[in-house]
Ligand binder design. Structure first.
Ligand code: SF4
Ligand code: FES
Length: 252
């Protein structure tokens, strides 16, 4: 193994370039370096104009997602060694407009997140004097997996449906909606259904499953969407057979 390796990084400055072009950089090869360390080496020592997002460097903030050799990847959580042999190709996350170099625009996702209403909705708040809403460990376990999302957007980048039909609300937003639908304190499922049990919501998912494959937090958004589909179908039958009933917020 040589002491250096080559990173091919897609560069794009809309003020200067007609289209993105790959630029090669030689970086030291160190077994303890993740992809982000190599990019930081370039930024600090070779080319300060290279532009990309990162913050926590520990797989928590979700900001360092990029395509690595064509796969949506959290670059602070992936060793260089795992992407060999070189050259290792780094590009911005697919399915999002590129602002500059490896930085993509997240506005579409933020709008979809609002549509999913990922917060606790209640018909009536209990008075503060009545104390906090308590949950059993079993009630917590019902939604905890879906609460681990770090909004890294790797799942949107891997999703061919979102790539072809950008109006699709998409994996992470639906998984987060399901996180609240399954929360024993929440009563907002019917309200979320108005947006999510639609053609742009859960029914657009064709269960390719790549969202769950690339998710670094094992949220399994594909499973969240299929569970949502089952619950919505049951609601539809209940409404047909018992039109006086309505879905309750905290049931699966
Ligand atoms: S569901 Fe997983 S891949 Fe998608 S944004 Fe959340 S953490 Fe990232
Ligand atoms: S820098 Fe925060 S998740 Fe990678």
């Amino acid at each position: 193994m040589s002491e250096t390796l080559t990173l091919e990084v897609l560069r794009y400055n809309p003020e200067e370039h007609a289209e993105p072009v790959y630029q090669s950089y030689h970086v030291p090869y160190r077994k303890d370096w993740v992809i982000l360390d190599a990019l930081n080496h370039i930024k600090d020592n070779v080319d300060g104009t290279l532009t990309y997002r990162w913050s926590c460097r520990m797989g928590v903030c979700g900001s360092c997602g990029m395509m690595v050799n064509g796969v949506p990847t959290l670059t602070c959580a992936t060793f260089l060694e795992a992407s060999l042999p070189d050259p290792i190709r780094i590009a911005p996350l697919e399915n999002f407009p590129v602002i500059r170099d490896l930085v993509t625009a997240m506005g579409d996702f933020m709008e979809k997140l609002k549509l999913a209403q990922p917060w606790i909705i209640r018909d009536r708040e209990q008075p503060v004097a009545d104390g906090e809403y308590r949950q059993t460990p079993v009630q917590l376990a019902a939604y905890k997996q879906y609460s681990m999302c770090i909004n890294c957007l790797l799942c949107y980048s891997a999703c061919p449906v979102y790539g072809l039909e950008p109006q699709f609300i998409g994996p992470a937003a639906i998984a987060l909606a399901q996180r609240y639908n399954l929360d024993s304190r929440d009563e907002g499922r019917a309200q979320r259904d108005e947006v999510l049990s639609t053609e742009e919501g859960i029914w657009q998912c064709t269960l390719v499953g790549e969202c769950s494959v690339v998710c670094p937090e094992h949220v399994d958004p594909a499973a969240a969407i299929q569970r949502y589909k089952v619950a919505a179908t049951m609601d539809w039958f209940k409404a047909l057979l018992m039109p006086w009933s309505r879905p309750q917020g905290s049931r699966d």
